[in-house]
Write a protein that binds this ligand. Structure first.
Ligand code: SIN
Length: 556
């Protein structure tokens, strides 16, 4: 496989002379993974929570559907396991999935109890709905379609009262500091002041969310530029499964960015996808019809749109009563109404949008990465639970379950006298500087368009090589030193895009969210993960058998 040269750090620095703060743990990111980990760890330790924008600007906050867990009568962790691995198309790490489905219900109930999050109820039970790929109703939701914002609000209320927890917003983490093979903190930039500083800590948790902004059409907020994966790679962590970019079937087809999501839960309540003639497109395509796993629905949508030369289809919610629609999906109803679409009367124009990275930084079942002292949690991580295609509403759950495991692991290490807080140590970095005229905004849009066209729902050797060529031709972007988030984000986006392209070229088959028009079938010999890691100056690729990805413990 190809070797990709990337710098160890994006900026020159010398710790001697930089403002330094110290704490037990740095948590980067303020979605459900970051907040719930910080909440637990700060019971006993000093935590600094760093976030690139404001506390509630993240993908969790805009999550609509909910949190899946086997709580309904007639449901079980076994059935949740079966649905998860079925969606993951033979690439899930089963031990990790068992952890998710067995520990999930407890974590969800604990969260509700601890934060008072206002989940919807039917009588004295949690109201549970169905989404794509689920054989039972098991998706808990809050304030109808505002699950993520309810979670963020309730977690934030708790966090703000924690004495051992400090929060810094508008702080751009540039890189994690690694010395003698151990992660000892982060180097970052106060965005308002434009100044560099560092946080030294015994451990760092990367909980920086996803990378949807690599694509022109996405449901992800502006901040989701893949920074976490790029930082992990530069630090020496392994990353896997990045070819599996999940597109959400039903993003509102209006020229707004990010695209407003029309929750899959609406199909769980009876809405169906139709073409311009009103024909149901999923009928007869899959036994679960409109509730087939996402990759299946998206591929069929793209096929129909291509055949009919259209750029969108419709979600027809006429099977749901107007009262139920307004009560169950109040935010979708209002957002569409503001855009001139009354969903109680008119089909909603929808098209697929990049939504979720099924892969990321490899962790073991305790959330540890290959770099001692560095954990990863949430969308940025690859715990192995999603395989080739994440089951809907498993991601908030993953953040809760593995966040708790990180808290426990960290505590164990500290009790054993390991992972002590570092004192200031000598560390600096200098590299050759280049000065090139670049239009960062233009390059960003160019990259997003290219990823959409050539590395999107359908790919081929030809399209992927086109993308590789563009990235290679502009690779000297990584020689520049930007003292602003836009430039640093673009560098991260280039690194992550390159790894996605190389992973997609390597996987000569179609599986889950990865569809190669030149290799349309699943191949048994590809029950392997494509992995990348930086060795020396370059990122190198290799593969590993399913079952050996995340269940092998990283020795710290
Ligand atoms: C949705 O509400 O459709 C999104 C749920 C998810 O992505 O898990």
């Amino acid at each position: 496989m190809i070797e990709i040269p990337i710098p160890r750090y994006l900026l020159d620095f010398d710790l001697d002379g930089l403002p330094v703060q110290q704490c037990d743990m740095v948590v980067v990111g303020s979605g459900v993974a970051g907040l719930s980990t910080a909440l637990r760890v700060s019971r006993d330790f000093r935590v600094c929570l760093l976030t690139k924008s404001f506390l509630t600007v993240n993908a969790t906050n805009v999550a609509q559907g909910g949190i899946a867990s086997a709580l309904a009568p007639g449901d079980s962790p076994e059935l949740h396991f079966r649905d998860t691995v079925e969606a993951g198309r033979g690439l899930c790490e089963e031990e990790a999935v068992w952890i998710l489905v067995r520990e999930g219900p407890k974590r969800l109930l604990e969260l509700i109890e601890e934060t008072g999050a206002n989940f919807d109820r039917e009588g004295d039970r949690l109201a549970l709905t169905t989404e794509g790929g689920h054989s039972k109703p098991r998706v808990a939701h809050a304030r109808g379609d505002a699950t993520g914002s309810e979670l963020e609000a309730s977690l934030t209320r708790r966090i703000l009262h924690k004495k051992r927890l400090s929060i810094q917003e508008n702080y751009f983490v540039v890189d994690v500091l690694v010395h003698d093979g151990r992660c000892l903190g982060v180097l970052g930039m106060d965005i308002e002041k434009g100044t560099l500083s560092c946080f030294l800590s015994s451990a760092v948790v990367l909980a920086m969310g996803g990378l949807g902004q690599l694509y022109l059409v996405t449901t992800n907020p502006e901040i989701c530029t893949g920074d976490g994966v790029a930082i992990g790679l530069r630090a020496g962590a392994e990353v896997a499964d990045l070819e599996f970019i999940q597109f959400h079937p039903t993003a509102l087809h209006l020229p707004e960015t990010p695209r407003w999501l029309i929750s899959e839960a609406m199909r769980g309540e009876g809405a169906v996808i139709v073409d311009h003639r009103g024909r149901r497109i999923m009928k007869g395509v899959h036994p679960l019809g409109d509730l087939a796993p996402r990759d299946v629905v998206v591929r069929e949508m793209v096929r129909v749109m291509k055949e009919q030369d259209e750029d969108h289809l419709f979600l027809d919610a006429s099977g749901i009563s107007p009262e139920r629609l307004k009560e169950r999906f109040p935010n979708i109803y209002l957002h569409c109404l503001e855009a001139g679409i009354d969903i109680t009367r008119t089909p909603i124009p929808v098209s697929p949008a990049a939504h979720y990275a099924s892969g990321g930084i490899i962790t073991d079942t305790r959330g540890r990465t290959a770099v001692r002292g560095l954990y990863a949690c949430g969308e940025v991580a690859c715990t192995g639970v999603h395989g080739a295609n994440r089951l809907a509403s498993n991601s908030l759950l993953e953040g809760l379950v593995f966040g708790q495991r990180i808290a426990e692991d960290f505590s164990r290490h500290r009790e054993a006298g390991k992972l002590e807080i570092p004192t200031v140590f000598p560390l600096s970095f200098r590299r050759r500087k280049r000065d090139l005229p670049v239009d960062v905004q233009l390059l960003r849009v160019h990259l997003q368009q290219l990823m959409m066209d050539d590395v999107g729902v359908r790919r081929s050797k030809e399209s992927l090589e086109e993308a590789r060529k563009f990235l290679e031709e502009n690779w000297d972007l990584l020689d520049l030193q930007f003292l602003n988030p836009l430039g640093l984000e673009l560098q991260n986006m280039f690194i992550v895009a390159r790894v996605i392209v190389e992973a997609a070229l390597t996987r000569e088959e179609s599986r889950g969210c990865h569809f190669r028009t030149d290799f349309p079938g699943e191949a048994e010999h590809w029950r392997r993960h494509v992995i990348f890691r930086k060795v020396g100056e370059c990122v190198k690729g290799y593969t590993r058998k399913v079952g050996e990805l995340t269940t092998r413990e990283y020795e710290w």
